[in-house]
Structure formats: structure tokens, C-alpha cells
Design a protein. Structure first.
Length: 143
């Protein structure tokens, strides 16, 4: 192989790696914060605040999530592709409930008169890579 082709190939791979790293950094700078909690018609709705501090938009391949308490999965969420715009915006995640696990957790909470702390795991699918993020949610402290 000609040395100029090798140099060009090396530069192309380096540039591709740099762009991938920039995407990763952008995905890390965008923050999600749970700000509200509601249960309605068998669906747990969690209101999220999204903060994009960068003066650019980002096309997402989607967001997937799980809501659980302890090791028990209460519900799952999956969204389609969307675009994140600059600044602060709000959206709602609707988690489909696993009836058996949720009923067990509800009975346990009623017996011990406690409000369980929930854990939400979100997988942000930015172009080419995915970033996993975990939140602790205490429903008694949210709207």
C-alpha cells in the first residue's frame, strides 16, 4: 500500500475518533433531572427537565428506561427518535407497569407504611453510541 494512502487512512481514522469523542462529550453535557411524579391509569409518569447548555441541537435515536425499586422492575419505557434543542425543556416519560411486581411493591409499602425510593435507569441513544444514566427518585419529594 502506498505510504500516502496509509497516511490518509490514519488521518481519517483519527478524525472519526475525534468526532465520536465530541458526540460522547455532548451526550454527557446534556442533563436530565426528574422533577415530577404521577400515577394514572396503570402508567407511571415521570416529568423530566432536560438541560442542553450547548448552542446546538442533537438528534437522538431514542431513550430507553427502566423503573425499579430494589431489584424489582416496576416498568419500562422506550421512545422513538427525537431532536434535543438548545436550552431547557420538559417532557414526560410514561412507564408501562408490570402489574404483578407493582402490586407486590404496593402491598409491601402499605404494610410497612413507607413510600419506596425508586431508581430510574435511562439509556440515552445519541448517534453511534449510547450513554447510561441512573437517577434516584423519592416520590414524596416531587410535585
Amino acid at each position: 500500500m502506498n505510504k500516502y494512502y496509509k497516511i490518509g487512512l490514519g488521518l481519517a481514522i483519527g478524525y472519526g475518533g475525534y468526532k465520536l469523542y465530541q458526540l460522547y462529550q455532548l451526550g454527557e453535557k446534556i442533563t436530565y433531572t426528574p422533577v415530577g411524579f404521577n400515577y394514572s391509569n396503570g402508567v407511571i409518569q415521570i416529568k423530566m427537565k432536560l438541560d442542553n447548555p450547548i448552542a446546538t441541537t442533537l438528534k437522538m435515536r431514542g431513550v430507553d428506561g427502566k423503573l425499579y425499586t430494589g431489584n424489582t422492575i416496576l416498568g419500562t419505557f422506550a421512545s422513538g427518535p427525537f431532536e434535543i434543542k438548545e436550552g431547557i425543556s420538559y417532557f414526560t416519560l410514561d412507564f408501562k407497569i408490570d402489574a404483578l411486581n407493582s402490586a407486590t411493591q404496593l402491598l409491601t409499602s402499605l404494610i410497612f407504611k413507607t413510600i419506596p425510593t425508586l431508581t430510574m435507569q435511562v439509556v440515552k441513544k445519541i448517534p453511534l453510541i449510547s450513554i447510561k444514566e441512573t437517577f434516584e427518585i423519592n416520590p414524596s419529594k416531587l410535585d
